[in-house]
Design a protein around this ligand. Structure first.
Ligand SMILES: *Cc1c(COP(=O)(O)O)cnc(C)c1O
Length: 368
C-alpha cells in the first residue's frame, strides 16, 4: 500500500527551475507574421549549406561521425584554430549544460549577470549548484561587481559578450581584467553567440584568452549569423583538459549528420557571412535612429537585435506595445524574465519587417 503511493521525485534543484520560454512564432488570428523574437537571420542559411543538407539526406540510415571531424576541421580552418581544442554540440545550449554538469556540484556557485542569458541559471541549477546573479550597470556587465561576488565556492563565471537581450558588450581589456581577477580554479565561460556581428576595434570574442589560459572557454553558435538555428549546431573552443572532460559526458552522437554537413559548408561560405554583417551594420544603425526619433530609448547594441525601452504609463507599456505590434503581425520578445519588464527585444529583421514595426510603433505612440 505505502509503496504504491511512492513516486519518483526529481533531484534537488530541478523543480526550482523556471522552464525556458522561447520567442513566440504565431499570433492567433493573424496570418502574416514577422518573427523578430529569437534573433534569427532574415537572410536564411548559405545556399551551400542547403545543398550539403540535401546530399546528406540520401544516407540517413548511417550514424553520424561521433567526433564531428568534418565540422571541427572547417571551424578550425576558418578561425585558425587547432581542431583538438574544438568540441561541437547540439546548439551551444548543450555545451553550456555540459560545462555545468562537468564542473559544478552541489555547494558550488556559478555567477552570471542581472540581464544575462537565462540558460546559465537553468544549467547551473540543473547541475545542483547555486546560481549567483550579480547586478549590471546600465544594462552592462560590471567586472568589479562580478569579481566582488566571487567566493571560495565559485566555480564558474558566465559572460555573454555581446549580451542577449541587452546587446551591450565588454571591451577586451575589461574581459582580460575579469579573467585576471579570477582564481585559477574558476572557469570563465565567454558566450560569443553574436560575435560575428560586432564591428568594434576594442572587441575580441575570446580566442586569445582561451589560447593562453587553462580556465577560459568560448562558445559559439550556427543559430544566429549562419541561419541554421533549426539544425542545432554550436561549438566550444577550450583547453584540451576541458574538451576531454566534456567528451566523457556528452552523448556519443550529439551532433547530427545533417548538422555536421550543413555546418561545415556554411562556415566556409564567408561571402554569405559578410553580406549578413554589412546588412546588419546598416539596419541596426537605422533602426536605432528611427526608434529614437520616435522618442523611445534604445540600449546601444552591437548585435543583431535592439532592446527598446517603454514607460510605465498605462496604455504605453512594453506589454501594451507588444500586444499592439502582435495584432499587426510583428512578434517581438518580452523580456520580463530577464529582469526587464518595461522593454521589448527586437531582431534586426528584413527591411519590410523593420519598416512595418516602425510604422506600427508610430501609430501606437500617437494613439491616446
Ligand atoms: C542564441 C544564443 C545562443 C545560441 O544558442 P544555440 O543553442 O546555439 O542555438 C547562445 N547564447 C546566447 C546568449 C544566445 O542569445
Amino acid at each position: 500500500m505505502t509503496s504504491a503511493r511512492k513516486k519518483p521525485v526529481p533531484k534537488k534543484g530541478v523543480m526550482d527551475i523556471a522552464t525556458y520560454v522561447p520567442g513566440k512564432e504565431t499570433v492567433a488570428g493573424v496570418e502574416r507574421v514577422y518573427k523578430l523574437s529569437s534573433n534569427e537571420t532574415p537572410h536564411g542559411p548559405s545556399r551551400k549549406a542547403i545543398d550539403a543538407l540535401a546530399d546528406i539526406s540520401k544516407h540517413l540510415e548511417l550514424y553520424p561521425d561521433g567526433g564531428s571531424h568534418l565540422l571541427r576541421e572547417a571551424i578550425a580552418e576558418v578561425h585558425g584554430l587547432n581542431p583538438a581544442n574544438i568540441l561541437c554540440g547540439n546548439g551551444s545550449d548543450e555545451l553550456l549544460g555540459l560545462l555545468c554538469q562537468a564542473y559544478l556540484a552541489p555547494g558550488d556557485e556559478g555567477i552570471f549577470t542581472e540581464h544575462g542569458f537565462l540558460v546559465y541559471k537553468i544549467q547551473i541549477t540543473a547541475a545542483g549548484a547555486s546560481p549567483v546573479c550579480v547586478r549590471e550597470e546600465d544594462c552592462k556587465a560590471s567586472v568589479d561587481t562580478i569579481l566582488a561576488a566571487v567566493t571560495e565556492r565559485t566555480k564558474m563565471v558566465f559572460l555573454a559578450n555581446p549580451n542577449n537581450p541587452t546587446g551591450t558588450y565588454l571591451p577586451v581589456e575589461e574581459v582580460r581584467r575579469l579573467h585576471a581577477g579570477l582564481p585559477g580554479n574558476v572557469l570563465l565561460v565567454l558566450d560569443a553567440a553574436y560575435s560575428e556581428y560586432v564591428r568594434r576595434n576594442d572587441y575580441e570574442s575570446g580566442i586569445e584568452l582561451v589560447s593562453s589560459n587553462e580556465n577560459v572557454v568560448m562558445t559559439r553558435t550556427f543559430s544566429k549569423i549562419y541561419g541554421l538555428a533549426g539544425l542545432r549546431i554550436g561549438w566550444i573552443y577550450a583547453p584540451l583538459a576541458v574538451v576531454d572532460a566534456l567528451n566523457r559526458i556528452r552523448g556519443p552522437f550529439n551532433v547530427s549528420a545533417a548538422a555536421i554537413a550543413a555546418g561545415a559548408a556554411a562556415i566556409r561560405d564567408r561571402e554569405h557571412v559578410e553580406q549578413a554583417v554589412d546588412y546588419n551594420q546598416i539596419w541596426l544603425a537605422r533602426l536605432t535612429e528611427e526608434l529614437e526619433a520616435l522618442g523611445l530609448r534604445v540600449t546601444p547594441s552591437v548585435g543583431n537585435f535592439v532592446l527598446i525601452h517603454f514607460t510605465e504609463d498605462a496604455g504605453k507599456t512594453a506589454g501594451d506595445a507588444d500586444a499592439f505590434l502582435s495584432s499587426r503581425g510583428f512578434v517581438l520578445r518580452q523580456v520580463s524574465a530577464y529582469g526587464l519588464p518595461n522593454a521589448l527585444r527586437m531582431t534586426v529583421g528584413s527591411v519590410e519587417a523593420i519598416e512595418g514595426v516602425l510604422a506600427a510603433l508610430k501609430e501606437f505612440l500617437e494613439a491616446t
